[in-house]
Ligand binder design. Sequence first.
Ligand SMILES: Cc1cc2nc3c(=O)[nH]c(=O)nc-3n(C[C@H](O)[C@H](O)[C@H](O)COP(=O)(O)OP(=O)(O)OC[C@H]3O[C@@H](n4cnc5c(N)ncnc54)[C@H](O)[C@@H]3O)c2cc1C
Length: 279
Amino acid sequence: MSTKTTLSFSFEFYPPKTAEGAANLRVVHQQLKALKPDFFSVTFGAGGTTRDKTYETVLAIQNQGIAAAPHLSCIASTQENIADILQAYQQNGVAKIVALRGDLPSGMMSAGQFRYANELVNFIRQQTGDFFEIHVAAYPEVHPQAMNAAMDLQHFKRKVEAGANAAITQYFYNADSYFYFRDECEKHGITIPIIPGIMPITNYAQLFRFSQMCGADIPRWLYKRLEQLGDDREAISQFGIEVVSKLAQRLLENNAPGLHFYTMNQATPTLAIWQNLGL
Ligand SMILES: Cc1cc2nc3c(=O)[nH]c(=O)nc-3n(C[C@H](O)[C@H](O)[C@H](O)COP(=O)(O)OP(=O)(O)OC[C@H]3O[C@@H](n4cnc5c(N)ncnc54)[C@H](O)[C@@H]3O)c2cc1C
């Protein structure tokens, strides 16, 4: 297993919508900052709906001393719009970015000037050279819109060839899907770090809904046990921490290059998993 210093750890937030959400995030940020992650990342709403809030949240985090990486999705956007956002981040010394295609918000029909994330990565490199460290998304269980796994891998490779430095995966609960994907990448000459995305389990209904949307598989054994715990949030939380800690442990023992936690703006589950990992 690599040492902590050579691994990449990051925590993802979404930009809060309310004053109460913002106050909560300040506390969560302080708690997680104590773990000294490599960076925090902040999501970007479909079609740019959180553009300003993502920007504000990123700057607020970066000003507190640890790097922040904005997510930036290109669908439904123009080149001019993306160029403006890149310039604003560059001027503020924000040097990491998570580059995504994103999904069209419901009701919006036109993809805009970018169709896929590889075009965004290309554009970022054209506009800003090597300034940004670019992370892209990867899908060990295959992106839900992909024609098949082989095509999805080819499309992933295009993002790497366009200049991505690292990838963060969609979350998964089956470690073998990650190991298989990583082996396939290696066979296809993809050598960038592929960092597993870790989704703590706290709310079964929400997890089920998300997983249906993003194509993440909830294995039957996990689904059945969560179902059995019903509305008992505390029991779900404890069980979730145990399951996800074991998953993360197995990933690190098998040379995953780090972990990216989808925190859902909560500190407790991530802190508990972190402690179980002895990091
Ligand atoms: C780590 C991570 C962070 C995320 N953060 C956000 C966020 O902040 N905001 C948000 O809205 N969403 C976010 N998402 C979700 C993401 O936007 C969706 O999964 C989206 O559907 C795909 O984005 P992508 O960047 O992976 O797209 P792409 O890499 O462009 O792939 C999208 C689909 O198109 C296919 N494809 C790619 N290139 C081509 C091509 N040239 N020709 C034909 N098909 C092609 C791929 O196989 C895939 O099926 C995130 C996902 C991950 C894993």
